[in-house]
Ligand binder design. Structure first.
Ligand code: ASP
Length: 349
Protein backbone atom coordinates (compact mmCIF):
# COMPACT_ATOMS: atom_id res chain seq x y z
CA UNK A 1 0.00 0.00 0.00
CA UNK A 2 2.73 2.44 1.10
CA UNK A 3 4.98 1.47 -1.83
CA UNK A 4 2.12 1.96 -4.29
CA UNK A 5 1.47 5.40 -2.82
CA UNK A 6 5.15 6.43 -3.14
CA UNK A 7 5.25 5.08 -6.70
CA UNK A 8 2.13 7.02 -7.68
CA UNK A 9 3.51 10.16 -6.04
CA UNK A 10 6.82 9.85 -7.93
CA UNK A 11 5.02 9.25 -11.23
CA UNK A 12 2.83 12.30 -10.62
CA UNK A 13 5.80 14.53 -9.76
CA UNK A 14 7.71 13.16 -12.77
CA UNK A 15 4.76 13.77 -15.08
CA UNK A 16 4.24 17.28 -13.72
CA UNK A 17 7.83 18.31 -14.21
CA UNK A 18 7.72 16.85 -17.76
CA UNK A 19 4.54 18.81 -18.45
CA UNK A 20 6.09 21.94 -16.97
CA UNK A 21 9.03 21.68 -19.33
CA UNK A 22 6.76 21.86 -22.34
CA UNK A 23 6.06 25.33 -23.70
CA UNK A 24 2.55 26.63 -22.98
CA UNK A 25 0.75 27.40 -26.23
CA UNK A 26 -2.61 29.12 -26.36
CA UNK A 27 -4.78 28.43 -29.41
CA UNK A 28 -7.11 31.32 -30.27
CA UNK A 29 -9.79 30.20 -32.71
CA UNK A 30 -11.54 32.67 -34.98
CA UNK A 31 -13.39 30.35 -37.41
CA UNK A 32 -12.74 29.59 -41.08
CA UNK A 33 -12.76 26.41 -43.13
CA UNK A 34 -10.49 24.82 -40.55
CA UNK A 35 -13.55 24.95 -38.27
CA UNK A 36 -15.89 24.18 -41.18
CA UNK A 37 -18.41 21.37 -41.34
CA UNK A 38 -20.33 19.81 -44.21
CA UNK A 39 -22.68 16.92 -44.82
CA UNK A 40 -20.44 15.22 -47.39
CA UNK A 41 -16.72 14.45 -47.52
CA UNK A 42 -16.06 16.89 -50.37
CA UNK A 43 -16.25 20.66 -50.10
CA UNK A 44 -19.75 21.09 -51.46
CA UNK A 45 -21.95 23.31 -49.33
CA UNK A 46 -19.86 23.25 -46.15
CA UNK A 47 -20.15 26.06 -43.61
CA UNK A 48 -17.09 27.83 -42.17
CA UNK A 49 -16.74 28.52 -38.46
CA UNK A 50 -18.85 25.73 -36.95
CA UNK A 51 -16.43 23.55 -34.94
CA UNK A 52 -15.41 24.87 -31.49
CA UNK A 53 -11.77 25.26 -30.47
CA UNK A 54 -11.74 22.27 -28.08
CA UNK A 55 -12.77 19.95 -30.94
CA UNK A 56 -10.09 21.45 -33.22
CA UNK A 57 -7.46 20.65 -30.58
CA UNK A 58 -8.85 17.15 -29.92
CA UNK A 59 -8.51 16.34 -33.66
CA UNK A 60 -4.71 16.80 -33.66
CA UNK A 61 -2.95 13.55 -32.74
CA UNK A 62 0.26 14.00 -30.71
CA UNK A 63 -0.22 17.71 -30.04
CA UNK A 64 0.15 17.09 -26.29
CA UNK A 65 3.75 16.00 -26.88
CA UNK A 66 4.64 19.36 -28.39
CA UNK A 67 3.18 21.73 -25.82
CA UNK A 68 0.73 22.22 -23.00
CA UNK A 69 -2.26 23.42 -24.99
CA UNK A 70 -5.15 25.61 -23.95
CA UNK A 71 -7.80 27.01 -26.28
CA UNK A 72 -10.08 30.01 -26.49
CA UNK A 73 -12.78 31.00 -28.91
CA UNK A 74 -12.35 34.61 -30.09
CA UNK A 75 -14.97 34.40 -32.85
CA UNK A 76 -16.36 31.71 -35.15
CA UNK A 77 -16.78 33.30 -38.58
CA UNK A 78 -15.81 32.62 -42.15
CA UNK A 79 -12.93 35.03 -42.66
CA UNK A 80 -14.84 36.75 -45.47
CA UNK A 81 -16.57 38.29 -42.44
CA UNK A 82 -13.37 39.17 -40.56
CA UNK A 83 -13.62 42.69 -39.17
CA UNK A 84 -11.55 45.43 -37.57
CA UNK A 85 -13.47 44.70 -34.34
CA UNK A 86 -12.24 41.09 -34.28
CA UNK A 87 -8.68 42.25 -35.10
CA UNK A 88 -8.81 44.58 -32.12
CA UNK A 89 -10.16 41.85 -29.86
CA UNK A 90 -7.36 39.51 -30.99
CA UNK A 91 -4.70 42.16 -30.47
CA UNK A 92 -6.00 42.97 -26.98
CA UNK A 93 -6.23 39.33 -25.91
CA UNK A 94 -2.74 38.43 -27.20
CA UNK A 95 -1.21 41.42 -25.41
CA UNK A 96 -2.98 40.34 -22.21
CA UNK A 97 -1.84 36.71 -22.56
CA UNK A 98 1.81 37.72 -22.79
CA UNK A 99 1.57 40.48 -20.19
CA UNK A 100 0.02 38.09 -17.66
CA UNK A 101 2.42 35.30 -18.67
CA UNK A 102 -0.47 32.98 -19.52
CA UNK A 103 1.40 31.32 -22.42
CA UNK A 104 4.78 31.17 -24.14
CA UNK A 105 3.31 31.38 -27.61
CA UNK A 106 0.01 31.85 -29.44
CA UNK A 107 -1.46 30.02 -32.43
CA UNK A 108 -4.43 31.60 -34.20
CA UNK A 109 -6.75 29.47 -36.33
CA UNK A 110 -8.34 31.57 -39.05
CA UNK A 111 -10.10 31.33 -42.39
CA UNK A 112 -7.80 31.63 -45.37
CA UNK A 113 -9.70 34.35 -47.29
CA UNK A 114 -8.40 37.26 -45.21
CA UNK A 115 -5.68 35.50 -43.22
CA UNK A 116 -2.94 37.56 -44.87
CA UNK A 117 -4.59 40.80 -43.69
CA UNK A 118 -4.99 39.64 -40.08
CA UNK A 119 -1.39 38.39 -40.07
CA UNK A 120 -0.09 41.77 -41.25
CA UNK A 121 -2.33 43.74 -38.90
CA UNK A 122 -1.05 41.74 -35.91
CA UNK A 123 2.55 41.94 -37.03
CA UNK A 124 2.22 45.74 -37.11
CA UNK A 125 0.44 46.10 -33.77
CA UNK A 126 1.61 43.45 -31.30
CA UNK A 127 4.07 44.50 -28.67
CA UNK A 128 5.77 41.26 -27.61
CA UNK A 129 8.75 39.25 -28.82
CA UNK A 130 6.92 35.95 -28.40
CA UNK A 131 5.83 33.59 -31.17
CA UNK A 132 2.47 34.33 -32.74
CA UNK A 133 1.58 31.91 -35.52
CA UNK A 134 -1.49 32.00 -37.72
CA UNK A 135 -2.84 29.06 -39.70
CA UNK A 136 -5.98 27.64 -41.28
CA UNK A 137 -6.95 24.99 -43.78
CA UNK A 138 -8.33 24.59 -47.26
CA UNK A 139 -10.50 21.57 -46.49
CA UNK A 140 -13.25 21.60 -43.87
CA UNK A 141 -12.87 19.39 -40.81
CA UNK A 142 -15.35 16.93 -42.34
CA UNK A 143 -13.49 16.73 -45.70
CA UNK A 144 -11.39 13.82 -46.97
CA UNK A 145 -7.77 14.29 -45.82
CA UNK A 146 -8.63 17.49 -43.98
CA UNK A 147 -5.47 19.60 -43.75
CA UNK A 148 -6.49 21.47 -40.59
CA UNK A 149 -5.08 19.07 -37.96
CA UNK A 150 -1.73 18.89 -39.77
CA UNK A 151 -1.53 22.68 -40.11
CA UNK A 152 -2.35 23.10 -36.39
CA UNK A 153 0.32 20.51 -35.50
CA UNK A 154 2.86 22.41 -37.61
CA UNK A 155 1.80 25.82 -36.26
CA UNK A 156 2.17 24.59 -32.67
CA UNK A 157 5.59 23.11 -33.56
CA UNK A 158 6.71 26.56 -34.75
CA UNK A 159 5.11 28.39 -31.80
CA UNK A 160 6.84 25.98 -29.39
CA UNK A 161 10.20 26.53 -31.06
CA UNK A 162 12.52 29.11 -29.56
CA UNK A 163 13.62 30.06 -33.07
CA UNK A 164 10.27 31.69 -33.80
CA UNK A 165 10.34 34.07 -30.83
CA UNK A 166 11.81 37.13 -32.54
CA UNK A 167 10.43 36.62 -36.02
CA UNK A 168 7.25 38.66 -35.78
CA UNK A 169 3.91 37.13 -36.67
CA UNK A 170 4.36 34.07 -38.89
CA UNK A 171 1.91 32.26 -41.13
CA UNK A 172 2.34 28.48 -41.22
CA UNK A 173 0.60 26.60 -44.00
CA UNK A 174 1.22 23.36 -45.88
CA UNK A 175 4.63 22.95 -44.15
CA UNK A 176 5.79 26.41 -45.21
CA UNK A 177 6.65 29.26 -42.84
CA UNK A 178 5.97 32.75 -44.20
CA UNK A 179 6.18 36.19 -42.65
CA UNK A 180 2.85 37.77 -41.76
CA UNK A 181 3.85 40.76 -43.87
CA UNK A 182 4.68 38.89 -47.05
CA UNK A 183 2.26 35.92 -47.03
CA UNK A 184 -0.44 36.13 -49.70
CA UNK A 185 -3.19 33.70 -50.61
CA UNK A 186 -2.40 32.71 -54.18
CA UNK A 187 -4.67 29.73 -54.76
CA UNK A 188 -8.41 29.56 -54.29
CA UNK A 189 -8.45 25.77 -53.90
CA UNK A 190 -4.99 24.18 -53.60
CA UNK A 191 -3.65 23.02 -50.24
CA UNK A 192 -0.52 25.06 -50.92
CA UNK A 193 -2.66 28.17 -50.77
CA UNK A 194 -0.10 30.69 -49.46
CA UNK A 195 3.10 32.01 -50.94
CA UNK A 196 5.16 35.16 -50.53
CA UNK A 197 5.15 36.24 -54.18
CA UNK A 198 8.25 38.43 -54.03
CA UNK A 199 10.53 36.49 -51.70
CA UNK A 200 9.14 33.05 -50.90
CA UNK A 201 8.78 31.27 -47.54
CA UNK A 202 11.34 31.90 -44.79
CA UNK A 203 11.31 28.34 -43.49
CA UNK A 204 9.76 24.91 -43.38
CA UNK A 205 8.23 22.70 -40.72
CA UNK A 206 7.49 19.01 -40.70
CA UNK A 207 7.38 16.16 -38.17
CA UNK A 208 7.69 18.72 -35.39
CA UNK A 209 10.99 20.03 -36.75
CA UNK A 210 11.36 23.70 -37.57
CA UNK A 211 13.82 25.09 -40.10
CA UNK A 212 13.98 28.86 -40.28
CA UNK A 213 16.51 29.98 -42.83
CA UNK A 214 15.73 33.67 -43.18
CA UNK A 215 14.63 36.54 -40.99
CA UNK A 216 11.84 39.06 -41.38
CA UNK A 217 13.51 41.99 -43.13
CA UNK A 218 10.99 44.73 -42.30
CA UNK A 219 10.48 46.22 -38.86
CA UNK A 220 7.66 44.62 -36.94
CA UNK A 221 6.32 44.06 -33.44
CA UNK A 222 7.97 46.32 -30.87
CA UNK A 223 9.58 48.48 -33.52
CA UNK A 224 6.39 49.79 -35.12
CA UNK A 225 4.75 53.02 -33.92
CA UNK A 226 1.22 51.62 -34.19
CA UNK A 227 -0.22 51.24 -30.73
CA UNK A 228 -3.95 50.66 -30.94
CA UNK A 229 -4.53 50.50 -27.17
CA UNK A 230 -7.57 52.62 -26.40
CA UNK A 231 -8.79 52.82 -30.01
CA UNK A 232 -12.19 51.40 -30.87
CA UNK A 233 -12.10 51.85 -34.64
CA UNK A 234 -9.68 52.65 -37.46
CA UNK A 235 -9.92 55.36 -40.13
CA UNK A 236 -11.84 54.21 -43.19
CA UNK A 237 -9.61 53.19 -46.10
CA UNK A 238 -11.13 51.74 -49.28
CA UNK A 239 -9.56 49.67 -52.04
CA UNK A 240 -10.44 50.44 -55.65
CA UNK A 241 -9.26 48.05 -58.36
CA UNK A 242 -8.64 49.27 -61.91
CA UNK A 243 -9.04 47.58 -65.28
CA UNK A 244 -9.12 48.55 -68.95
CA UNK A 245 -11.47 51.48 -69.46
CA UNK A 246 -12.31 51.66 -65.72
CA UNK A 247 -14.74 54.46 -64.87
CA UNK A 248 -14.04 56.67 -61.85
CA UNK A 249 -17.14 55.49 -59.95
CA UNK A 250 -15.11 53.52 -57.36
CA UNK A 251 -13.02 56.52 -56.29
CA UNK A 252 -16.05 58.82 -56.42
CA UNK A 253 -18.03 56.48 -54.18
CA UNK A 254 -15.18 56.32 -51.65
CA UNK A 255 -14.94 60.12 -51.56
CA UNK A 256 -18.72 60.35 -51.05
CA UNK A 257 -18.59 57.71 -48.29
CA UNK A 258 -16.06 59.74 -46.30
CA UNK A 259 -12.97 57.57 -46.74
CA UNK A 260 -9.81 59.00 -45.18
CA UNK A 261 -7.63 56.94 -47.48
CA UNK A 262 -7.91 55.10 -50.80
CA UNK A 263 -5.64 52.34 -52.06
CA UNK A 264 -5.74 51.82 -55.80
CA UNK A 265 -5.13 48.35 -57.23
CA UNK A 266 -3.65 49.98 -60.28
CA UNK A 267 -2.50 48.76 -63.68
CA UNK A 268 1.10 47.56 -64.12
CA UNK A 269 3.36 49.74 -61.97
CA UNK A 270 0.28 51.06 -60.16
CA UNK A 271 -0.86 53.18 -63.11
CA UNK A 272 -4.21 54.97 -63.26
CA UNK A 273 -6.17 55.62 -66.44
CA UNK A 274 -7.15 59.20 -67.27
CA UNK A 275 -10.65 59.02 -65.71
CA UNK A 276 -9.15 57.83 -62.44
CA UNK A 277 -6.29 60.37 -62.47
CA UNK A 278 -8.94 63.09 -62.42
CA UNK A 279 -10.84 61.36 -59.62
CA UNK A 280 -7.62 60.90 -57.60
CA UNK A 281 -6.76 64.60 -58.03
CA UNK A 282 -10.17 65.41 -56.62
CA UNK A 283 -9.72 63.00 -53.68
CA UNK A 284 -6.33 64.50 -52.81
CA UNK A 285 -7.76 68.04 -52.97
CA UNK A 286 -10.28 66.90 -50.35
CA UNK A 287 -7.47 65.72 -48.05
CA UNK A 288 -7.78 61.99 -48.78
CA UNK A 289 -4.52 60.04 -48.90
CA UNK A 290 -4.21 57.95 -52.05
CA UNK A 291 -1.70 55.08 -52.09
CA UNK A 292 -0.94 53.42 -55.40
CA UNK A 293 -0.67 49.61 -55.21
CA UNK A 294 -0.95 47.20 -58.13
CA UNK A 295 -3.23 44.41 -59.25
CA UNK A 296 -0.09 42.61 -60.53
CA UNK A 297 0.94 39.85 -58.07
CA UNK A 298 4.73 40.40 -58.00
CA UNK A 299 7.14 43.32 -58.14
CA UNK A 300 6.71 46.66 -56.43
CA UNK A 301 5.06 49.97 -57.24
CA UNK A 302 7.78 52.57 -57.61
CA UNK A 303 7.64 56.32 -57.15
CA UNK A 304 7.82 58.60 -60.19
CA UNK A 305 7.78 55.89 -62.84
CA UNK A 306 5.07 56.53 -65.44
CA UNK A 307 2.99 58.27 -62.79
CA UNK A 308 4.28 61.59 -61.49
CA UNK A 309 3.52 61.16 -57.76
CA UNK A 310 5.11 64.51 -56.92
CA UNK A 311 2.64 66.30 -59.19
CA UNK A 312 -0.39 64.13 -58.42
CA UNK A 313 0.19 63.94 -54.65
CA UNK A 314 -0.03 60.14 -54.45
CA UNK A 315 2.16 57.82 -52.40
CA UNK A 316 3.16 54.24 -53.34
CA UNK A 317 2.54 50.95 -51.54
CA UNK A 318 5.95 49.50 -52.43
CA UNK A 319 5.55 45.69 -52.61
CA UNK A 320 2.33 45.40 -50.58
CA UNK A 321 -0.75 44.18 -52.41
CA UNK A 322 -3.83 46.45 -52.18
CA UNK A 323 -5.44 44.64 -49.23
CA UNK A 324 -2.23 44.72 -47.18
CA UNK A 325 -1.57 48.33 -48.16
CA UNK A 326 -5.02 49.16 -46.78
CA UNK A 327 -4.03 47.68 -43.38
CA UNK A 328 -0.88 49.81 -43.20
CA UNK A 329 -2.65 52.96 -44.38
CA UNK A 330 -5.44 52.53 -41.78
CA UNK A 331 -2.83 52.21 -39.03
CA UNK A 332 -0.67 54.98 -40.49
CA UNK A 333 -3.64 57.35 -40.48
CA UNK A 334 -4.04 56.81 -36.72
CA UNK A 335 -0.65 58.52 -36.37
CA UNK A 336 -0.52 61.17 -39.07
CA UNK A 337 -2.10 62.52 -42.23
CA UNK A 338 1.22 63.76 -43.55
CA UNK A 339 1.79 62.00 -46.87
CA UNK A 340 5.60 62.10 -46.54
CA UNK A 341 5.46 60.30 -43.19
CA UNK A 342 2.91 57.83 -44.53
CA UNK A 343 5.15 57.15 -47.53
CA UNK A 344 8.01 56.44 -45.13
CA UNK A 345 5.87 53.83 -43.32
CA UNK A 346 5.40 52.01 -46.62
CA UNK A 347 9.16 51.82 -47.12
CA UNK A 348 9.87 50.71 -43.52
CA UNK A 349 7.10 48.33 -42.50
N1 ASP B 1 -14.13 31.27 -46.67
C1 ASP B 1 -13.25 30.52 -45.80
C2 ASP B 1 -12.71 31.51 -44.77
O1 ASP B 1 -11.91 32.32 -45.10
C3 ASP B 1 -12.18 29.87 -46.59
C4 ASP B 1 -11.09 29.16 -45.79
O2 ASP B 1 -10.97 29.27 -44.60
O3 ASP B 1 -10.28 28.47 -46.45
O4 ASP B 1 -13.13 31.46 -43.66
Amino acid sequence: MRITFILCFCLLVGFNSYAQQLPRIKILATGGTIAGKGASADRSAYTSGEVPVQDLIAAVPGIEKLATITGEQISNVGSQDMSVDIWMKLNKRINEIFKNNEADGVVITHGTDTQEETAYFLSLTLRYDKPVIITGSMRPSTGISADGPKNIFDAVSVAASKQAAHSGVLLVFNENILTGRDAVKTSTTHLNAFTAPNNGPIGQVYDGKVFLYEKETRKSNKETPFDITGLTSLPRVDVVELYADAPATGIEASIAAGAKGIVTGGLGNGNLNKANVTAVEDAIKKGIIVARASRVPTGRVTLLDETDDAKLGTIVADDLNPQKARVLLMLGLTKTSDSKQLQQYFFEY
